[in-house]
Design a protein around this ligand. Structure first.
Ligand code: GLP
Length: 244
């Protein structure tokens, strides 16, 4: 089973993850973060911004790689993950834009394989991911690695599960507006990170978190692959713990 840390609130859990990240950033000359989108990491990003403003935490020497991006959305699209990351984090810290990496949602179809290989190579060249932040989808996905994803999968084009598109429908103003595909780091890419923190809050995530942390390791629930990672912790709130 994967170690789980339970906090009274999602704020407290997010602060604990932010502290781990701050320790890494203060202690390493060229730290590399793997970052996630979705509602779950918002309080973490708010806390990192607070640490930057109030405690002088600098991101000038930090490199980031995001997990994924929707296909068909350009950077300026309000629902693109590029837009999300700048709005909720990068615009508010002193990171060098040259050190920010997200897969492209608009790369030409015949270029996708090269683009994905280049993304993997960039992670390697940066020295690999020191600290990977993850959320978890209702299907058990990490990044956009939906059920059926292989444990050793790399960055690639994927199709979104209908449940994932349903969950995104409210943000897009209807399921028909939700992209059908994405580019995501693979399960193997994620498992190569030296430390992984998965955040999950609220009763609705209890079942999938229980299955991922204590159920069988199966490609039908990609988050269960994290059981095979030596340094993963799930950070959950009391509301989730009460429902599990
Ligand atoms: C999206 C993202 C995932 C995220 C998941 C859960 O599908 N690609 O990285 O973990 O949503 O989102 P939320 O945190 O809003 O519940």
């Amino acid at each position: 089973p994967i170690p789980r840390k339970t906090f009274q609130t999602s704020e407290a859990a997010s602060q604990a993850v932010a502290q781990e990240i701050a320790t890494l950033i203060r202690g390493k000359p060229k730290p590399v973060l793997g970052l996630a989108t979705g509602g779950t990491p918002l309080k973490l990003y708010a806390e990192l911004i607070r640490l930057h403003r109030e405690e002088g935490l600098s991101f000038a020497h930090v490199t980031t790689f995001n997990l994924d991006e929707y296909c068909g959305l350009d950077r300026e699209h309000p629902q693109s993950y590029w837009n999300f990351m700048w709005r909720h984090l990068f615009d508010h810290i002193d990171i060098d834009p040259a050190n920010v990496h997200l897969p492209s949602g608009t790369v030409a179809e015949q270029e996708i394989n090269n683009h994905c290989a280049a993304y993997e190579a960039a992670i390697m060249n940066a020295g690999g991911i020191d600290y990977q932040v993850l959320g978890i989808g209702r299907t058990g996905h990490i990044g956009f690695n939906e059920p059926g994803s292989a444990i050793d999968s790399k960055t690639r084009h994927v199709l979104l599960d209908p449940i994932t598109r349903e969950d995104a429908a409210k943000d897009f103003g209807g399921i028909e507006q939700v992209p059908t595909g994405a580019i995501t780091m693979g399960c193997g890419t994620i498992l190569s990170a030296r430390r992984i923190a998965l955040l999950a809050f609220g009763a609705a995530k209890a079942a999938v978190v229980d299955a991922a942390t204590t159920g069988p390791v199966t490609d039908q629930l990609p988050a269960s692959f994290l059981q095979q990672h030596p340094a993963t912790t799930f950070f959950v709130d009391q509301e989730l713990a009460d429902a599990s």
